[in-house]
Design a protein around this ligand. Structure first.
Ligand code: PLP
Length: 392
């Protein structure tokens, strides 16, 4: 018999879809994938070079559980310069991607039955990680009518005696919106007053368009910083998804615990990968790379928004960040039964891969990634449009 804990586990649907699309493509099927959760751009050469160099220099042994000191120092500098937060290197723990960082935080904080506030739609991994750690996700359903923004009132209504953590993921995967600073400040203060921890997942901070305002939650005040776990990653910013480098920044007593868990679970991510990540932070070429990627994704964002708007009965909230869009297809999903069946329909009829909104906690929507070139975005949406003719 497997443990009770494991009974709630389901494999990541995003990874499953990516594998399915890869398999179809390898069989010569001309499928257009809107499922990707990663940039379609290679890691910059200067980052790879730093990793090769580290390997050649013999930096191939176990890393310290908290991460190599040079990288923790560079992350501390980055958080000061870009996010306006003072974290000492001892308050930073390098993790095997932000994904493991998040898991370790839930693992360290949650007892059975503790509640975690989860603005919905949410990135699917949070829900599973919370359940695996014995927690109970409490869904705060956001509305497209309010552009999927989280408000103070939303949060206040859902707090109970068992509320232990709130997950704030802004910019948001899957909607691409950035929560309003004013609301976040009020929410964070409420968490201080009610003894609730904040996890602030800021993985998409470099992909914000049109100068939309974004501030790190921990930068709001010293008392807010004390209850906040700032989580970030090299994956999206530097196209390093396969390197598996992320980090958690938090007060030192918690950092020591996360680092201790690292030492028992994984030691840490590969030593040479950490030298690559270090280069990403200190090499001035990174700034140019980030700007170029942002310009590219903004163009694609504009194309996909217009293309989707041209489909009748589909509602779109324009993403302000990320490479995701979360259009409302409920008129069509209802015709075939639900959004899972509709995604299957699109894969079969239009050879287009998308993820059903229900995977992210919101039925009737689709999550579409625009991490693919403009020609494919346009062709993919045309195919969807054609396939819908049979449903109207
Ligand atoms: N947080 C969010 C919101 C994400 O979308 C992802 C990846 O899709 C991650 C964290 C995980 O990032 P990493 O590759 O660093 O594990």
């Amino acid at each position: 018999m497997l443990s009770e804990r494991i009974s709630s586990l389901k494999p990541s649907p995003t990874i499953a879809l990516t594998s399915k699309v890869r398999e179809m493509k390898s069989k010569g099927v001309d499928v257009i994938g809107f499922g990707a959760g990663e940039p379609d751009i290679d890691t910059p050469e200067f980052i790879k070079e730093a990793c090769y160099k580290a390997m050649k220099e013999g930096k191939t042994k176990y890393p310290p559980a908290g991460g190599i000191p040079e990288l923790r120092e560079a992350i501390s500098e980055k958080l000061k310069k870009i996010n306006n937060i003072e974290y000492k290197p001892s308050e930073i723990v390098v993790t095997v991607g932000a994904k493991l960082g998040l898991f370790l935080i839930f693992f360290a904080l949650l007892d059975k039955g503790d509640e975690v506030l989860l603005p919905t739609p949410y990135w699917v991994t949070y829900e599973d990680q919370i359940k695996l750690c014995g927690g109970v996700p409490v869904y705060i359903r956001l509305s497209p009518k309010n552009n999927f923004k989280l408000t103070y009132e939303d949060v206040k209504k859902h707090i109970t005696k068992r509320t232990k953590i709130i997950v704030i993921n802004s910019p948001v995967n899957p909607t691409g919106v950035v929560f309003e600073e004013e609301e976040l400040r009020k929410i964070a203060q409420l968490c201080v007053d009610r003894n609730i921890f904040i996890i602030s997942d800021e993985c998409y901070e470099s992909l914000i368009y049109d100068n939309v305002n974004f501030k790190s939650v921990a930068s709001f005040s010293e008392e807010i910083k004390k209850i906040t776990f700032t989580v970030n990653s090299f994956s999206k910013t530097f196209s390093m998804t396969g390197w598996r480098v992320g980090y958690v920044a938090c007060p030192e007593n918690y950092a020591r615990i996360i680092s201790g868990l690292n030492s028992q679970f994984v030691s840490n991510t590969s030593t040479f990968a950490q030298y690559g990540a270090l280069e990403a932070l200190i090499n001035p070429e990174s700034e140019t790379f980030i700007k170029e990627v942002r310009v590219l994704f903004k163009k694609r964002r504009d194309v996909i928004v217009e293309a989707l708007k041209s489909i009748e009965k589909v509602e779109v909230v324009k993403p302000e960040a990320t490479f995701f869009i979360f259009p409302n297809f409920s008129y069509y999903t209802e015709k075939v039964g639900n959004d899972v069946k509709f995604s299957d329909y699109l894969l079969e009829k239009a050879l287009v891969a998308v993820l059903p909104g229900s995977v992210f906690g919101m039925e009737g929507f689709l999550r579409m990634s625009f991490a693919l070139d403009i020609e494919h975005i346009e062709r993919g949406i045309e195919r969807i449009k054609l396939s819908l003719e049979d449903l109207t």
